[in-house]
Design a protein around this ligand. Sequence first.
Ligand code: 5GP
Ligand code: ZN
Length: 110
Amino acid sequence: MTDCIFCKIANKEIQTNLIYEDENVVAFNDLSPQAPVHFLVIPKKHYSSLNEIDSKDAFADIFSAIPKITKKLGIKEYRTVVNTGAEAGQTVFHIHVHVMAGRKFNWPAG
Ligand code: 5GP
Ligand code: ZN
């Protein structure tokens, strides 16, 4: 999608240090980290939110990448968050999973 910042990161139009990449997914550190470790995992294909995901493969691609990355980083405990829609806190409309670690997280999330 032309005007999507995460598409630009995924297709390398915007130079970003990728901490993980495979055929379908990339991961990179959040610009505004909310924890000592805070990275985002996104599919290379544009889906504006979770509501647009239409295949098991897309979920599998995103979520199966997470333990590979956390293992590489030596992280065993972490919070994953997917904000869907503005009211839920979504600000970038290309689906992404937040992965955060390195501090204690409260529940319920605010
Ligand atoms: P949301 O609020 O949509 O769930 O999360 C969007 C996240 O993307 C925010 O945590 C924000 O800091 C991060 N973000 C927005 N633009 C950029 C960017 O250009 N580069 C990186 N690395 N993160 C971004
Ligand atoms: Zn996009």
